[in-house]
Design a protein around this ligand. Structure first.
Ligand code: SF4
Length: 492
């Protein structure tokens, strides 16, 4: 069972530990720089990339605006095709539904396709509590599960591990989960892949229940789409008798024509491939082909609250390509675990505080886990303005007017901490609404400017230790303006 993110410390604390880990930083730097260079090349090959990006953005915005209508259409299409649709308001309800469906089959084991939604709700842990063992079949997820670890990247969950570490995990843990690692296993990629293939093959052949997420759901036909690179997804989606898919409600697209856009932008943005190796699509059930029963669990878990926010809702456009992680200077140094969520990096910094609210220290700190350099926005294939949302969420945290998620009501909750910042803002508001006092204060500051310290005292010391404080001018601007009649007398 992999670890969970429950009780994670705030981002600065978690990141401090991560930046001290030289191996982690080396692994991350190597991996992110390699993927980012390949992505840039793959994107540069497409002459109409900007138009595809704009089309993706518009399709997602349109769908989100009419989400209720498309969800009803999807439910009708899936049902007509022989599937069963379940609605889950939160993680607890989704886990309860899935556990009940698995128990109804009489099975105690399931195979899983890599799925962010099931990680978000802690499905593996919930199933374990019900006596059901979930086997991850994506290679990186397998490494995370065997290592009792947590994912640290959307696309490459074990990005923080190097080959030597993976070999040690396979040697040590595989035997407890099924077929052991071959004797004398080395850290060459071919041998590691073969060990995983042999270990997983017996699970695919035995499994009666498969669990997946989906990259897209097409409302007009009720078709679900999983995009993956290893073929493990295809095995999980076709071999078991029962298939259960847990999917966030924002993953919908209206038509097949819309899908065409994302099947061009997603592979190039994520794995830098022109075309995805395995794109599996299924519509309900088909006699004599694939699973006999199909269940779709539609997951809200904070998404409708996110949708209610005019600025923040753009986070729901995300197609989980991970391009923003690979260009982020903060992610590159802090690693994925510091974000305290299955959604790390820039997208995690705007998605987690919206899905979960900012009630915890980690969620209140995430909007600050960015230098606002804008590299994430530049590469995003659906043009999510992540810096804009980060600033918006910072405002909420400071103002203490954050919306807590869950439930059917929007609840304003006072922010914890940031007392000094709030006090400074209150003082500024008072000064700007009392012009006489402001003028007196400015004159006093100019006259005493030689006495001003060059560094700030107390908690501000670290900030001013790496910055030059601006010098106070000898004459306040407003005095200069009056004396020179707005600079008309030639004084510059
Ligand atoms: S925010 Fe954009 S770049 Fe980041 S994972 Fe989502 S779609 Fe990709």
């Amino acid at each position: 069972m992999s670890g969970t993110f429950v009780g994670m410390p705030a981002f600065p604390e978690a990141a401090r530990e991560a930046v001290r880990d030289a191996t982690l930083r080396g692994n991350l730097r190597h991996a992110t720089h390699t993927i980012r260079a390949k992505r840039a090349k793959a994107v540069a090959e497409v002459p109409d990339w900007d138009r595809l990006r704009e089309a993706g953005k518009r399709i997602k915005d349109h769908t989100l605006l009419h989400l209720d209508r498309y969800l009803e259409q999807l439910e009708a299409s899936v049902t007509a095709a022989g599937g069963t649709v379940h609605w889950a308001a939160d993680a607890e309800e989704a886990n309860r539904i899935v556990a009940g469906l698995v128990k109804a089959t009489g099975e105690s084991e399931v195979v899983k396709v890599k799925s962010m939604a099931t990680q978000e709700i802690g499905l593996n842990e919930a199933l374990e509590a019900e006596g059901i063992r979930a086997y991850e079949t994506d290679l990186a997820e397998l490494i995370v599960q065997l290592g009792k670890d947590r994912p640290s990247h959307i696309l490459v969950p074990a990005i923080h591990r190097n080959r030597g570490e993976i070999r040690d995990i396979f040697r040590r843990e595989m035997g407890a989960w099924g077929r052991p690692a071959p004797d004398g296993l080395t850290d060459t990629p071919a041998e590691l892949a073969e060990a995983a293939r042999l270990h997983l093959r017996e699970k695919f052949l035995r499994a009666k229940v498969g669990i997946s997420g989906a990259n897209f759901m097409v409302a007009e036909t009720g078709t679900l789409v999983v995009v993956e690179s290893e073929g493990n997804g295809r095995m999980c989606l076709t071999l078991p008798e029962t298939l259960i898919s847990v999917v966030g409600i924002e993953k919908i697209v209206p038509t097949w024509r819309d899908l065409e856009v994302f099947l061009q932008t997603l592979p190039r943005s994520s794995t830098a491939e022109r075309m995805n190796p395995y794109t599996s699509m299924w519509t309900g059930t088909t006699d004599g082909d694939g699973p006999r029963a199909f269940h779709l669990v539609l997951l809200d878990n904070g998404r409708t609250d996110t949708l209610a926010d005019e600025v923040g809702r753009q986070a729901l456009r995300c197609i989980r390509c991970s391009a923003c992680l690979n260009v982020c200077p903060v992610y590159e140094r802090a690693g994925g675990h510091a974000y305290g969520s299955v959604y790390p990096g820039p997208i995690g910094a705007i998605l987690s505080p919206q899905l979960r609210g900012t009630g915890s220290e980690i969620d209140a700190s995430l909007p600050y886990a960015s230098s606002l350099c804008g590299a994430c926005y530049e590469v995003c294939p659906v043009a999510i303005d992540i810096p804009e949302v980060l600033v918006h969420l910072r405002e909420r945290v400071v103002e203490g007017g954050q919306v807590t998620s869950r439930g059917d009501k929007v609840v304003l909750k006072p922010a914890k901490g940031h007392a000094a910042e709030r006090a400074a803002m209150r003082a500024a508001r008072w000064a700007f609404s009392h012009p006489g006092a402001l003028r007196t204060g400015q004159r006093l500051a100019s006259r005493t400017r030689r006495l001003h310290p060059r560094t700030l005292p107390g908690p501000g010391r670290a900030w001013s230790g790496t910055r030059d404080l601006p010098e106070v001018p000898a004459e306040p601007f407003r005095d200069w303006w009056r004396r020179t009649d707005g600079g008309k007398d030639g004084v510059k």
